[in-house]
Ligand binder design. Sequence first.
Ligand SMILES: C[S@@+](CC[C@H](N)C(=O)[O-])C[C@H]1O[C@@H](n2cnc3c(N)ncnc32)[C@H](O)[C@@H]1O
Length: 456
Amino acid sequence: MAKGRKADALHTEAGPTEDGNSGTAPGLPARKLAAAVIDEVLRAKLSLDDTHERLAPSYGLDAADSALARAIAITAFRRLGTIQEAINARLERGSPRNSGPFEPIMVAAAAQILFLDVPDHAAVDLAIRQLHEDARSSRYVSLGNALLRRLAREREAILAEAVDPFLDTPEWLAESWMESYGENVAAAIAESHRDEPPLDISVKSDPEGWAEKLDGLLLPTGSIRLRERGGITGLPGFDDGAWWVQDAAAALPVRLLAPKPGERIVDLCAAPGGKTAQLAAMGAQVTAVDRSGPRLRRLRANLERLALTAEIVTADAAQWQAEPFDAVLLDAPCSATGTIRRHPDVAWTKSPEDRDKLVALQARLLEAAARLTKPGGRLVYCTCSLEPQEGEAQIEAFLKAHADFVRKPVEPAEIGGLTEAIDRNGDMRTLPQQLRNETPRLSGWSGFYATRLIRL
Ligand SMILES: C[S@@+](CC[C@H](N)C(=O)[O-])C[C@H]1O[C@@H](n2cnc3c(N)ncnc32)[C@H](O)[C@@H]1O
């Protein structure tokens, strides 16, 4: 929610704080939760969504305040480079040592002052109240107060200076994208991550009709892009299970698999089930495998709402054995750098070492997927990563070692005529800045790689 734009849920007022007594100032618990989430995600390298979900209950927030806390934390990660640079440039000796929660409180307040439609005085006062509450940070109340007031005064200059799109991208990722895609494309990727992502849905049937009913944009690939964000559970068709939320690029791998009614298909890393739902909705007899019990519970609940069925198996897909299938989908665990626009914390929690470990796991899962594909069957491998090690290079190595598999190149018509999303080998490579729309929030999609192989 950009500064200056109307955002009712974000307007929160707070009283004066001369004595540092927090009492029950409106909006304070939301700020505390935001700072706690930022702190824990950065320190423990955890996912923002999981951390928010785990910590939120102990803050006793209503839905609006919980959404505010999430908006603050997600904005902080989306613009973390800009925020850290603005703070560091105004703290002569950097953040004080042994200052407890000083840093996350400053980052959360800076996100509000620079980027969110929150009154500056509320952001500043509530941050100061938090500093008072911890013995380690209470020594730095004057410093924090001066810093935040300066950020508010100098906001326009700070934003005008933050033009370099790589400012909000960790160095290893910027280098990786420059090497893989060239400087201009890498800059466009980084730039696109600064905007909030679009909200797309997949429908069981009748995309034209649902696009009209929901006043959405019917994308050339068949997904529908909603014009408004906000609560989805109250929209027509949600309770009836007519559609589910799924990024438009994430919906493409199943299109490449082209399931036919009655075919036996295994979805090897299935939870929370977006692609399982697509396969089942197209009439396939689906087996959904995942090693995570909690994530499979979400898959089960999603399928129940959609009135779709699949056999659900909790197992390590690298070890799991079964009769070979007509088709196999492997949506492998990955660094998820293609989803940074939706999950900006990913950029700051993943490392090249994480990526390399995942590359090894993906190779093991691919071996299992190959064994489970019957002769003449299709194997679609995909990842929501922008890193070629997890996509193009992974498949190059696989094909070198498996003479019994050949690539079946993607045809433009299979992905809505979007030739820009097909690479020179005939694999699908979507980038976050593609699928442009004049309105930034309706523009782009996730970065995905997908290849379709046939077993001879
Ligand atoms: C990219 S997500 C899958 C998203 C899912 N296909 C969808 O469209 O909703 C990757 C999944 O792989 C699962 N996973 C990771 N390692 C696994 C393994 N060895 N065996 C089975 N599942 C695994 C994770 O639990 C996670 O749910």
